[in-house]
Design a protein around this ligand. Structure first.
Ligand code: ADP
Ligand code: MG
Length: 290
């Protein structure tokens, strides 16, 4: 590769808001066959909103929200913000939480009013016997592409909360463009399989790898790399190891500092369409100089 051709490639892309860290990145980029994407904040807008609160009977919606928002007050997860915003919108005051503990990939727990409480997915609620009725309600929400968190209080599951995070307006077109350009598209997420599949189907992603624990994302990238070079697109703290492991790591500019540092390419406009632009540009640059 001649340095001038690389400079042209990276210079033009920078104007489009596609920041490529160095020439070697461009060289690696033209080999990519598979594009793997994180869900929240990458494929979706990353601003989840509460859409459903389903009580299991004992507690009213405002009580559920006061417990749920009390639990989420100290969490930095995007789902926590959704719950806090909902409480605010309904003028519900969060209850005081003590002994707060975040459990990576699962949720949070704390003590509220002297009682053990939690909010999170069914991995966190494993010890509770969920009734068939509750499981069905959960599945129904998940099939509508809603992430479901369970709220536990004093040894019981008191509610399900459905939370929706819509795909970015350009995600569907970007996936189509990736496929047209010959790339295989994969979604890699910590969220539930049903939810992930519903979103993937909505925008046309070929394959879904779901229920992945934060520490396991990089391992999945390694396995995919055995078949063909992979670009991983992500934004979260969780995504940093996968961004470093992939042949090319592509970070959203709106992402966490550590994701941006781990990425080889940074997308200033946070637009999946720019993934295609970067990949196709790398190919063109190399076909010109090889
Ligand atoms: P991702 O970033 O791919 O959405 P995470 O690993 O951050 O996945 O979270 C996986 C799952 O863990 C979430 O979908 C949710 O069910 C649960 N979870 C994690 N943190 C929280 C939280 N603060 N409140 C509620 N649920 C949570
Ligand atoms: Mg994310």
């Amino acid at each position: 590769a001649t340095p001038t051709a690389l400079m042209v490639g990276t210079g033009r892309s920078a104007k489009l808001g596609i920041l490529i860290k160095n020439g070697e990145v461009l060289e690696a980029t033209h080999t990519i066959k598979t594009v793997v994407m994180d869900k929240t904040g990458t494929v979706t807008v990353g601003k989840p909103q509460v859409t459903d609160i389903v009580s299991t009977g004992k507690f009213e919606e405002a009580e559920i929200l006061s417990i749920a928002s009390g639990l989420e007050g100290a969490s930095e997860h995007p789902l926590a913000l959704a719950v806090l915003n909902e409480a605010k919108a309904k003028s519900v005051v969060p209850l005081q939480a003590e002994n707060f503990e975040a459990i990576s990939g699962k949720g949070v727990q704390a003590v509220i009013d002297g009682k053990q409480a939690f909010i999170g997915n069914d991995k966190l609620a494993d010890d509770f016997n969920m009734t068939t009725d509750l499981k069905n309600k959960m599945t129904k929400l998940q099939a509508q592409a809603k992430t479901v968190v369970l709220v536990g209080y004093d040894g019981q599951i008191i509610a399900l909360i459905g939370i929706q995070d819509a795909p970015k307006p350009t995600s569907k077109a970007a996936i189509k463009a990736m496929q047209k350009a010959g790339f295989r598209t994969v979604m890699l997420t910590g969220d539930n399989k049903l939810v992930a599949t519903a979103i993937a189907e909505e925008i046309g992603i070929d394959e879904v790898i779901a229920d992945v624990m934060p520490g396991d994302k990089a391992q999945h990238i390694k396995e995919l790399e055995e078949k063909a070079p992979v670009a991983f697109v992500g934004d979260g703290i969780n995504d940093a190891p996968a961004l470093s492991t992939a042949t090319v790591g592509i970070a959203m500019g709106s992402g966490s500092d550590i994701a941006i540092e781990s990425g080889d390419i940074v997308l200033v406009k946070n637009d999946l369409m720019d993934v295609v632009t970067a990949l196709v540009m790398a190919r063109k640059t190399y076909s010109r100089i090889l």
